[in-house]
Design a protein around this ligand. Sequence first.
Ligand code: SF4
Length: 229
Amino acid sequence: MIIGGIQKLSLIDYPGHSAAVIFTVGCNFRCGYCHDAELVLPERHPTAMPIEDVFNFLQKRQGKLDAVVVCGGEPTIHDDLPEFIHSIKQLGFLVKLDSNGTRPDMLSKIIANNDVDFIAMDIKGPLWKYSTIASRPVDGDAIKNSISLIIKSGVDHEFRTTVVKELLDVKDFDEIGKMVNGAERFALQKFMPAKTLNPQFTRKFAYSDAEMETIRKKMSKYVKMCVVR
Ligand code: SF4
């Protein structure tokens, strides 16, 4: 693992629980709207935090924090992620994993080990738009397999999409809805045109609140709960 840093307390990253957030370094996507350029772009990567420091911190928070969230970058690009998450779980924390869904093999291993309590997966858009939005070649079958694995896993989960007007049409959510049909929860994330990985995205637009509500209603036909945030 390469750890870029820890947020010592978050009350919003794990629904209903206090959590520490661990940021892993590196990502296999280059979404223009990404707000984590320092974790994604190799030339901006922070100095890695020693793993011993991560576990020293977590041991001190046992009994004080409910959960640990592992996010990125993209955590599943690190082959030792299952062992890392297992070690966190052994300390007694709830574990949430945030992923872009490109490594279903990795998700499968972590789920089979019973080491994860919540999985949040990004849905970039309809599959045919993935490579454009992620600015990288994308294996659509891997994305579909991850979605299916998560929905069938019995693990609490959320799918979420950052909604940039120039990238996603309202009608795209019919296809997105079919992709995640039967999921527990879906979050529509308002696009914030600031501090974006691709500077051109500071000139792109978010949908209005009324338009987001239209999309929320559309998605509610496919998932148990859809929220806007
Ligand atoms: S938004 Fe895209 S580029 Fe940024 S961390 Fe997530 S998957 Fe990687």
